[in-house]
Ligand binder design. Sequence first.
Ligand code: A3P
Ligand code: MG
Ligand code: MG
Length: 379
Amino acid sequence: RPDHRQHQARPAPDRTPLTCQTLSTRRHLYERDFPVYKQPVEIGSFSLDSERRFFNDSRQMRYYVEPDRSPSFDLRDGYKDRFVKRDEAVKEKLDHLLRWILANRSKLQSGSASPRCALDADFVTWRGHLTKVLTTPYETREGWLLAVTRFRGTLYISEVETEAARRERENRTERHQEMMYWGYKFEQYTCADSIHSSPDPGGVVNTNEAFCTVVQTRLADHKLLFSGEVDCQDKDPKAPAPPSCYIELKTTAEICTPKQRSNFHRFKLLKWWAQSFLPGVPRIVAGFRDHEGVVVGVETIHTSKISHLIKNEYNCWKPTVCMNFCCDFLSYVKHVVKEDNPSVVYLFSWEPQRDVTYSIHRDSQYSFLPHWFVVEMTG
Ligand code: A3P
Ligand code: MG
Ligand code: MG
């Protein structure tokens, strides 16, 4: 006779998401209270020059100069003759951030960090990678691949370009390529190199140049260290300390109809919010342009007010879903990525309408922690 007591005593199958081998991206699963997200603290910054060389300083910082109320910036100017484009086929992975970490190791080692944990961070990555994670529950077009390596207790996350993204990049139309220039040209119209100088729209736009902030924060129980490119800062000497003085610049098509406004709220503001909320950048300056690439209006959008701006949109995105999904994704990564080995990559993969899955790769094309970093951190 079957023993019912014994049967009942057996532990129930574990159905918590953490023990699953995949992670769902369905929105309703993440509709709960907003998780704890500490105010990000800037712990340093670095610059990349016109030849993409790394400098452990803020030489590429630029200062925002408020344009006229009705400007007429021609964003097409200089596309043919004053444009140096970064080579997107060169994959830099986490290299610049790792260089910054080595140059600033003393600042990063906390007394409380365990000896196995060389850095006081659970995760090291680019802000842009986290932006993609945040927007995943609402993304319907582009999947992603994120390579993760556990090294001395810290999880390093580095994006791998998908085949689809590579094909798109190599087959961009001439119009699309020119439109990608417009965003950088807007930066040139609105930014000066020093607090006392003016923007120089006659100069060369070189997309190799970048100023990057490095911030530390915590999402629930995940300690994060990440870096993101910053467009400019408020030049007022009374402006708050970084990252609160930073300003994100954006261009977008001018809004003429209710349908266009709705699409702007539903799609563009999601990306803008995720990008600036993560590093604690409080202001976004939007340049609205016509179809000929002329900026006809400029408006400041406060990152913290975006959730109110979208409240009247039917079936709109929710910040809490983005943050809870990110939190659960990081828990899933911590749970899955067990082997502490700089040459092992756990490749997390996601396609729209699917769950997140992963595969494991030893000494493969996906390994991304450079030898110079591993040697220096081990010594
Ligand atoms: P816009 O922001 O005005 O679109 P960022 O805004 O993140 O500082 O990036 C500056 C510009 O780089 C963008 O200006 C856009 O022109 C270009 N850009 C950034 N990310 C891109 C992407 N994924 N694809 C194409 N262009 C991109
Ligand atoms: Mg930028
Ligand atoms: Mg920008």
